[in-house]
Write a protein that binds this ligand. Structure first.
Ligand SMILES: [Zn+2]
Length: 171
């Protein structure tokens, strides 16, 4: 199954991109590694956790999404959007890749990271759904890591999601 990504739901289908299942697993791993390394605020940590939740082993089996559907905080959207641009740059520089027990296919992933970078550059505050953060938080159980100081995996350094560490889980 393909994992399809877009910037906004209103975008024409030719602007969507897709990646294989294995490619999507690696793409999300490296984005989560970079986001976990760079996050400085809770809104940025939430974006890292949200990405970590996109795990093919849990849920519907595919992990595509629209950048506009990330749990953006309206109060810090601009800083957080720039944070995500830096995250794609850090992922392109292979930030954290040394903790993985496989070697991500850089040739396959770099064009996707380039697409994400452009997407985050283009995303505007008018594109985001302003209720999306509170909807995401209200769906969570009380024991979700997001409400408990954003613990990280001791082995991989990434923020934990409700299902634990996405990198440990794929062993
Ligand atoms: Zn781990």
């Amino acid at each position: 199954m393909a994992n399809i990504f877009g910037i906004r739901r209103s975008d024409p289908s030719e602007e969507l991109v897709s990646i294989s299942d294995r490619g999507a697993d690696a793409l999300l791993d490296i984005l989560v590694l970079a986001a976990s390394a760079l996050a400085e605020t809770d809104s940025q940590r939430r974006l890292a956790v949200w990405l970590a939740e996109h795990d093919r082993n849990y849920g519907v089996g595919t992990v595509g999404f629209y950048l506009s559907d990330m749990p953006w905080d309206s109060d810090s959207f601009e800083e957080d959007r720039q944070f995500m641009v830096r995250v794609t740059d850090a992922a392109s520089q292979k930030t954290g890749w040394e903790v993985l027990d496989y070697r991500p296919n850089a040739d396959h992933l770099m064009p996707m990271l380039g697409w994400f970078r452009k997407g985050f550059v283009r995303l505007k505050t008018a594109d985001i759904n302003h209720g999306i953060l509170s909807d995401w938080l209200s769906d969570m159980d009380d024991d979700d890591p997001v409400f408990h100081g954003f613990p990280r995996c001791k082995k991989h350094g990434v923020y934990l999601a409700w299902h634990g560490c996405r990198i440990c889980n794929t062993k």
